[in-house]
Design a protein around this ligand. Structure first.
Ligand code: NAD
Ligand code: AHE
Ligand code: ZN
Length: 369
């Protein structure tokens, strides 16, 4: 079949809207009509050539929602007509990682996914006979896409696609970092570095669990008003304080925060986040994705004296199990999404979504097909 898609033909070039050829689902795969997709900073990072796994030409996008239109042989958990959210972190429930109960990082198809192909080693997308790679196992910047059955979460049918798509990455990542990875408790002080599409979701989850001081750090002053909407109690712009940012934050939290979250992808900020943790028990969670070649550093003494450095992918969520529950949280009003979607675009306008992100003018742009 044919599908309209925004293709990344080369790094650092705008996406091009073209009609691709798409092969149907093979055994264990499903064809999904994507109804809406968010644009996450990770898509921009890959398009900018900063991802060591980045492949071109490819169909980016990993924050979608849609409807199953066809299933391949052996598919039992979904059927045509089901509403689904594609998962860049699948949940096979059979691999060593899934069975361990210790992680959400299913390893069933990670190797092929990282090479931009389906589990059988081939791509379903092509353009004028040339292979086009999949991205993060999702490729939601295409109106139709093929996914492994283990990479879709079935969701309730009354959830609007143009909002629930955000649960495919940003919402689950930010909320899950608080509830699954950090397990923030009522009364804890937390600090969030980077108040974008992920950081604001960390804030709203911290408010939800009853955190005490909820401190937001951003170099863009426009983010203060945004942060306050989702429970931020204090705002700090590191460029506008006197002296050292870490010392400032440690004083503000009477010795450091229980939990800090990096939502910038900047390795200098990651160090500040670790060092702003409380001596003896503070935990810093790396959410931001750093560019290829970057490394983190701190004095080992920071760890010797009880600070803990952790990371999280997809907020530690097990997609097929947890995503439907997060959709319920949204539909029941426990978490907010609508007000974070600042721009709704057509596929033809998708590059504008990237521009708005780089200019700091959007929280989330969503493309509706
Ligand atoms: P975004 O562009 O919406 O927000 C980033 C925010 O960081 C902006 O408000 C920006 O002003 C701020 N910022 C930039 N440099 C800063 C600095 N030096 N100090 C303080 N603030 C600074 O991006 P997003 O969509 O929220 O994504 C944030 C990060 O999370 C990205 O690195 C993205 O790739 C990553 N991410 C990771 C996961 C995961 O599973 N671990 C999931 C989604 C996104
Ligand atoms: N491919 C990069 C790393 C990119 C990365 O860390 N991705 C996150 C999700 S970001 C979503 O916006 C993730 O899930 N990582 C775990 C995984 O298995 O990819 C690189 O450095 O190679
Ligand atoms: Zn993302």
């Amino acid at each position: 079949m044919k599908t309209r898609a925004a293709v990344a033909f080369e790094a650092k070039k705008p996406l091009e809207i073209v009609e691709l050829d798409l092969e149907g689902p093979k055994d264990g795969e499903v064809l999904v009509e994507i109804m809406a997709t968010g644009i996450c900073h990770t898509d921009a990072y890959t398009l900018d050539g900063l991802d060591s796994e980045g492949l071109f030409p490819s169909v980016l996008g990993h924050e979608g929602a849609g409807i199953v239109r066809e299933v391949g042989k052996g598919v039992t958990s979904v059927k045509p007509g089901d509403h689904v959210i594609p998962l860049y972190t699948p949940e096979c429930r059979q691999c060593k990682s899934c069975l361990s109960g210790k992680t959400n990082l299913c390893t069933a198809i990670r190797a092929t996914q990282g090479k931009g192909v389906m589990p059988d080693g081939t791509s379903r997308f092509s353009y004028k006979g040339q292979t086009i790679f999949h991205y993060m196992g999702c490729s939601t910047f295409s109106n139709f896409t093929v996914l492994p059955e283990i990479s879709v979460a079935k969701i309730r049918e009354d959830a609007p696609f143009d909002k629930s798509c955000y649960i495919g990455c940003g919402v689950t990542t930010g909320v899950g970092a608080v509830t699954n990875t950090a397990k923030v408790e009522a009364g804890d002080n937390i600090i969030v570095f980077g108040l974008g599409g992920i950081g604001l979701n960390v804030l709203q989850a911290a408010r939800m669990v009853g955190a005490n001081k909820i401190i937001g750090v951003d170099i863009n002053n426009d983010k203060e008003e945004w942060g306050r909407k989702y429970g931020m109690t204090h705002f700090v712009n590191p460029n506008e304080i006197e002296g050292d940012i870490v010392q400032h934050l440690v004083e503000l939290t009477d010795g450091g925060a229980e939990y800090t979250f990096d939502c910038t992808g900047n390795t200098v900020v990651m160090r500040q986040a670790l060092e702003a943790c409380h001596r003896g028990w503070g935990v810093s969670i790396v959410i931001g994705v750093a560019e290829a070649g970057k490394e983190i550093a701190t004095r080992p003494f920071q760890l010797v004296t009880g600070r803990v450095w952790k990371g999280t992918a997809f907020g530690g969520a097990k997609g097929r199990t947890d995503v439907p529950k997060i959709v319920d949280w949204y539909m029941n009003g426990k978490i907010e999404i609508d007000s974070m979607i600042t721009h709704t675009l057509t596929l033809e306008e998708i590059n504008k979504g990237f521009d708005l992100m780089h200019e700091g003018k959007s929280i989330r742009s969503v493309v509706v097909y």
